[in-house]
Design a protein around this ligand. Structure first.
Ligand code: HEC
Length: 417
């Protein structure tokens, strides 16, 4: 027998043994490293990888979830801080600005997402609750509704030390630290960061569009529906752009019928600033519609005039029923009109309408796939879809919308082989 043959025979035997699980360790070690790397973005201490490897060996084939739980638990893994300070911050940062960039300082929106995930809260709350996370490290000043200094000072601390968000983030309410009444709070939508990005200038429709993109994972273009009634389309939208009313009926209505109906919820909000947006603060004027909701009225006088903060979801019916609207409510009462469209007043009830949709649940899972598996729905393998659907289902039922379960499930699924 020649030398080459003998080598390939040996390799072949090793491969066979590994595939039968007879030589444990090598595969599991690689998987442990991959899980740790994807969750935290940093190299793990050897002791962490040893422990995660044993957990993987103990639960072959389907395993990985307990190794992932180990990786994000600071009482077990000294590198776990990076999951909170780096991975979760980068997860949420692009949702907090119009450019969708990750290169933005820590702010009240990102801190609230990180805190809600750390604490395993029902993640629907981020769209409607009176919730906020601040840092309790010393020397960083207190939260201010009119600047971001608190969070920038927190971010300047040692992330593995006193600036470690796992330890320092503390839950409070928006109404406790800002002039907003609790009824006017709507999770991240009424954070300072989101208000500055999406309530400043414009017509407040941006808050609706970006909430849809960031939390239902769709922009308006793919869900245009020209078959809805245009009775809530505001006066600033011309009914005959370029002198052609067909354009209004075939294009503009597709977005504006549904969007203007829902964006009415934001009628009492305005980002108040003089020269520099970043020095402004959120202004809430209960009962007084902000001017931007009724600008350029002469574009079409008979159009909808905003007189209060009522909203209607015409997309409950028609093709956008596919977003999977639900009658579940935890905070605000459910109301419907005689055509079975949901109606309400203000951002909080609109937030619940959005948060209870199937699209919201699936979007959270897809975003975690993107973060940990480095592929989104367009690149999914068939098996990804099966796993994604089952995680979404658990997220809504047994997991009670706890994102920690989603992160650990997805990390296990993408552990590699
Ligand atoms: C794909 C969805 C979509 C379609 C189609 C659409 N719009 Fe809009 N429109 C938006 C969004 C989103 C905003 C808010 C933009 C922002 O402020 O970021 C907006 C804002 C506006 C505004 C307010 C601009 C301002 O800030 O003062 C007007 C006026 C308007 N649209 C008119 C029209 C007209 C007329 C048509 C048809 C030719 C049309 N839109 C078609 C989505 C759409």
């Amino acid at each position: 027998m020649g030398k080459t043959n003998r080598i390939s025979l040996t390799l072949c035997t090793i491969t066979l043994l590994i595939s039968q699980g007879l030589i444990a360790g090598d595969l599991e070690r690689r998987q442990a490293k991959r899980i740790h790397d994807r969750l935290t973005g940093i190299n793990a201490p050897n002791a962490t990888i040893d422990a995660m490897e044993s957990l993987l060996v103990a639960e072959p084939i389907t395993g990985g979830k307990s190794a992932a739980q180990f990786a994000i638990d600071p009482s077990l893994n000294p590198a776990a801080w990076s999951f909170y300070n780096v991975t979760l911050k980068n997860f949420a940062a692009p949702w907090t600005n119009e450019e969708q960039t990750v290169f933005t300082p820590l702010n009240d929106y990102t801190a609230t997402v990180i805190g809600a995930i750390r604490d395993g809260h029902d993640f629907r709350r981020i769209l409607y609750d009176d919730i906020l996370y601040v840092g309790n490290a010393s020397g960083i000043g207190s939260y201010s509704p009119s600047n971001n200094n608190h969070y920038e000072a927190l971010e300047a601390l040692d992330p593995a030390g006193n600036g470690n968000l796992f330890d320092t983030l503390q839950q409070t309410t928006q109404s406790a630290v800002s002039p907003l009444p609790s009824t006017a709070t709507a999770g991240i939508m009424t954070t300072r960061a989101a208000s500055m990005a999406f309530f400043s200038d414009g017509t407040n429709r941006a808050m609706f569009r970006f909430t849809l993109m960031n939390h239902l994972c769709t922009d308006l273009e793919p869900i245009k529906d020209v078959s809805r009634t245009p009775d809530r389309v505001r006066r600033d939208v011309s009914r005959s752009p370029g002198g052609d009313s067909r354009i209004f009926l075939n294009a503009c209505v597709g977005c504006h019928a549904g969007m203007d109906g829902m964006a009415g919820a934001f009628a009492y909000y305005e980002w108040d600033y003089t020269n520099d947006k970043s020095d402004g603060s959120l202004l809430y004027t209960e009962g007084a519609v902000s001017n931007k909701h009724n600008i350029n009225q002469d574009n079409f006088r008979p159009g909808y005039l905003t007189t209060d903060d009522s909203w209607v979801n015409y997309w409950r019916n028609g093709p956008n029923y596919l977003l999977g609207w639900s009658d579940n409510r935890l905070e605000t009462p459910l109301f419907k009109d005689d055509k079975n469209n949901t109606v309400g007043n203000g951002a909080k009830s609109l937030g619940e309408e959005l948060a209870n949709s199937d699209a919201f649940a699936q979007c959270q899972v897809d975003k975690v796939f993107e973060t940990l598996c480095l592929r989104g729905p367009a690149e999914y393998y068939d098996q990804d879809r099966v796993v994604r659907d089952s995680i979404v289902n658990n997220f809504k039922t047994t997991y009670n919308y706890n994102m920690r379960e989603v992160f650990t499930d997805v990390a296990a699924h993408c552990k590699g082989n």
